[in-house]
Design a protein around this ligand. Structure first.
Ligand SMILES: [Zn+2]
Length: 82
């Protein structure tokens, strides 16, 4: 388990977080994933086993526990947005 951030040497805090996971064209969210979060820069660290388990979940055809709607925007339209 990582204790010091690779990028900024900040302290890593263990928390359960929601992770957005892109799998092909699909965006999946996995809830309550045990991760290390840098207190300084927010970099996330996962154990190899945790990462593998997430990939497995993302790949599986298992019925999701829930769904969220996602709005998609083109960045170039930002100037005309209010
Ligand atoms: Zn950091």
């Amino acid at each position: 388990m990582v204790e010091t951030c690779y990028f900024c040497q900040g302290t890593i805090e263990q928390r359960n977080i929601d992770v957005d996971f892109r799998w092909g064209k699909k965006l999946k969210m996995i809830r309550s994933v045990p991760a290390g979060i840098c207190r300084q820069c927010g970099e996330r660290y996962f154990d190899a086993g945790v990462y593998k388990a997430m990939e497995k979940l993302a790949r599986s055809r298992r019925k999701p526990a829930g769904q969220v709607a996602v709005d998609v925007f083109e960045f170039r339209t930002a100037a005309s947005a209010q």
